[in-house]
Ligand binder design. Structure first.
Ligand SMILES: [Zn+2]
Ligand SMILES: [Zn+2]
Length: 433
């Protein structure tokens, strides 16, 4: 699969614009004569189903979009690709999150499963998902009829590559990835000549005090033993050195494992932003726009209990406990649509020598490129690890006797927020002004 991987890696496409990638996946799928292919689900999404007799139905998902990042690695298959973004600007693109790796491994696992068909029975669904980085790909496939297009899965699986010693497979039950709430806030002031600050309500000063005050949500309102991240990732105001602008814009990225805590923090953010505007003497209330909301990835215990022993057998000492990861995923949208249990595991891809050097010198945080870094580059040997992990994960689930489920209702404990809940938040915030 190495050549296929290198092709994907050299041709990364932005979320929603993965035309050539989808075309190449479909070309690879031509090798699988007995799998039923459904293309163009929710944009460039594709499913492939192999019905191989009685038994459980197992779905495995791989995402395939890239990022607007300029690759800074020196391999001969590094991306030199660029694409127009949503604003019509040409941007460099890179598979900086390893979605090319996920897709290659799922194709590899299909090859394995296809060639040992006499050794298992049941149904396998390979799902290739676009637009994960924009948090809309899984929703898009569900909205376009995914649940009607494929058989009902007894269990859904996914994997993600991460910085970590090459070949390590990380698993854990319960919450492993955070929920994500993205908020864009416009702060309104009053513009004036830069020499006449008394005639203005300065939105730059307002934004500065708001950003500082927001730091107290996690440090002063969240219990010290609970996890929460509130990052103000963007501040924009003003274009000239002699004009006090009339508004400022800040963008927040917030991460949580606990849904009640998420709601509490969102309320605190709204309270602080409004109060700071009032303190500054702004005539107009700030505007809140919720541009993204993803539930936490909360692995079902039962699936972990099936897969972990199989990974221990396959990977020995390289099958280890996963520390919760503060990134977020839209994968749970898929099992949630079916009401199925699910699990996401991660695979370490950093060359071992590089990892050991950084670990010895206490420089892991500095020297090891993480996902989304221009230097993020999986060791090629790990293609085999993630292909095996996918095949072993699917086969162990095919060998398990899954209980009958009420397919009408999700049966999991922590369910990601529903579309209605997302709408409720938007409606509430739209009423602010
Ligand atoms: Zn990513
Ligand atoms: Zn990713």
């Amino acid at each position: 699969m190495e050549d296929v991987y290198k092709w994907f890696h050299a041709h990364p496409e932005l979320s929603g614009a993965e035309e050539q990638t989808a075309k190449r996946i479909r070309k690879e799928l031509e090798r699988f004569a007995d799998w039923e292919i459904t293309p163009n689900l929710g944009g460039h999404g594709i499913t492939a189903v192999l019905r191989n007799g009685e038994g459980p139905t197992v779905l495995m998902r791989a995402d395939f979009d890239g990022l607007p990042v300029a690759e800074a690695t020196d391999v001969d298959y590094a991306s030199k690709h660029s694409q127009l973004n949503a604003h019509g600007e040409r941007v460099p693109t890179m598979h900086a999150c390893g979605h090319d790796h996920h897709t290659t491994s799922l194709l590899g696992a299909m090859t394995v499963l296809d060639s040992v068909r006499d050794k298992w029975s049941g149904t396998v669904i390979a799902l290739f998902q676009p637009a994960e980085e924009a948090s809309i790909g899984a929703h898009g496939m569900v909205a376009d009829g995914l649940t009607k297009a494929v058989p009902h899965p007894d269990v859904c699986l996914a994997q993600h590559v991460v910085a970590g010693p090459a070949g390590t497979v990380y698993t854990a039950p319960g919450p492993v990835m955070t929920s994500s709430t993205t908020i864009e806030i416009t702060l309104f002031g009053r513009g004036a000549h830069a020499s006449m600050p008394h005639r203005s309500v300065d939105p730059v000063v307002l934004a500065a005090s708001t950003v500082m005050k927001l730091q107290t949500v996690v440090s002063r309102e969240v219990p010290p033993n609970k996890f929460a991240v509130i990052t103000v990732a963007s501040v924009e105001a003003g274009k000239a050195n002699n004009v006090i602008p009339d508004s400022a814009r800040i963008a927040l990225s917030c991460r949580f494992y606990d849904e009640d805590l998420r709601k509490k923090c969102v309320e605190a953010i709204k309270r602080i932003v409004r109060a700071e505007a009032m303190a500054a003497g702004a005539d107009r209330d700030p505007e809140f726009k919720f541009v993204g909301l993803l539930g936490a990835t909360d692995n079902t215990d039962e699936v972990y209990d099936v897969i972990r022993p199989a990974f221990d057998e396959a990977f020995g000492e390289y099958s280890v406990e996963m520390e919760p990861w503060t990134a977020s995923e839209d994968f749970p949208v898929i099992p949630k649509a079916f009401g199925s249990p699910y699990m996401l595991w991660t695979v370490g891809i950093t060359p071992r020598a590089q990892w050991e050097r950084a670990e010895t010198s206490g420089r892991l945080d500095i020297d090891i490129p993480t996902n989304h870094n221009p230097g993020f580059l999986p060791d090629l040997s790990t293609l085999q690890t993630s292909t095996r992990a996918a095949a072993v994960g699917i086969l162990s689930c095919l060998a398990h006797d899954w209980p009958e489920r009420d397919t009408e209702k999700p049966t999991m404990g922590a369910v990601p927020p529903t579309d209605a809940e997302i709408d409720a938040v938007s409606v509430e915030t739209a009423q602010v002004d």
